[in-house]
Design a protein around this ligand. Sequence first.
Ligand code: HEM
Length: 456
Amino acid sequence: MPVDLNNERPLAWDSATLNADTKAMLDNLQPNILRAHVREHMSILFVRFNNPAEGRAFLRHIATTKMKSARKHLEEVREFAARGRPGTPYVGIGISKAGYIDLGHSLDEVRKFGDKVFRDGMKRRITEVDDPPVDQWEWVFQREIHAVILIGDAEPESVAALREEILAELPDSARLLGEETGQGMRNPAGDGIEHFGYVDGRSQPLFLKDEVEREPRKQWDPAFPLANVLVPDPLAPNPVRHHGSYFVFRKLEQNVRAFKEIERDLADGLGLADADRDRAGAMLVGRFKDGTPLTSKAKAGGGPVANDFIYDGDDGSKCPFSGHVRKTNPRSFGREVIMARRGQTYGQRADDPSDDSPPENRPSGEVGLLFMAFNGSLINQFEFTQQTWANNPDFENPATGHDPVIGQGERDIKVTFPKVWGKPEMSLPQTQVAQTVTMKGGEYFFAPSLAYLRNL
Ligand code: HEM
């Protein structure tokens, strides 16, 4: 029975009754798609091939010697939970449209990829998502990237060793165009944070029964059908059993100093004092720094980071409609838009992102987020989120503003903020906060099935 990508029931991946096609799907799927892989340390390599036979042989070799399946990953996670035995590192591969052509596929074959945006590539989509002109991107992303290789693990040593091994296999005809290094940051509670200091990566679509069952889910259902991240791999030997995922990579630089100034000025402007001052930043993100959802609480909460909430009954007087997490997941509709975010922070900093030191001690560049996400459809998920939700000041309610964190394009309308949490008193209309996240480049890839890679 073909894998039912639209089944609303989460996948019981280790059930004895799993059908043969679904088993084969898990044995041929890359890890980190259905469930996030440990990737506290990451090395991300951008490669160009230039010789079809050698490019194919390289990918085949990496796939057969260094990549594990989604099933192997899930077994490792279970082993770790039961016996504390650490798993093996993650190696993932994504191929761009230009990469498929360079590997020798015909245009007719590449047209089998249903996602037009993937076939265009990111450089041809800047108008739609209001990205900066390509000549302002970092040089590596201005070039024609054929493949991305993701290496991730809990410790830097194994990542560095694998990076060396993989680079040593790169044929002379190929080029390493550039690379990124990701490194996780954590707050004192141990939760992963991004550079503005907020807990990140908490809200995810969950596809597996064991993951769903661990979540409180009275209000928000975190279970999503596989279709949110999987499509049949059109070039695999058997697309009924072999699946892949559209992968978006974007390097997003964060001006932390400017963001911290904005938080401070907003708190001053609204007359917020003491612990209430944290609400300024929370109105921009939609969660407090410790992850407490602003729609649920007026102050940061402590305890495990909640994700069982919706915005019903919040007219914007608790969490503004523009707040980043409300914009990118309104929760009462748009479930088909939700993608699996698998990003990692980049850049070293001398200050502690979770302390209270003033804005002038914060970095104004060179740090940010390597935004990465798996999609069933780039046009209906990543691009839709960026274009129709984040960049749209009228989304859900007119004149509520751009997403203050990731919104791109002219922030010309004025907006208001609630002065008191949950009360109708609003501030005077004010200019929207400045853009502090800058896209430095990126590309769209397809993460093919292992069956495709092993048969190259
Ligand atoms: C530097 C850039 C970014 C920063 C600093 C950032 C920060 C955050 C933070 C702090 C959260 C809350 C943690 C959570 O709920 O899991 C979050 C959630 C989220 N972000 Fe971002 N983000 C960035 C870029 C993006 C981009 C480019 C997109 C998509 C276009 C995006 C989509 C989302 C989504 C979908 C959620 C989860 C919302 C939910 O389900 O409640 N983010 N982000």
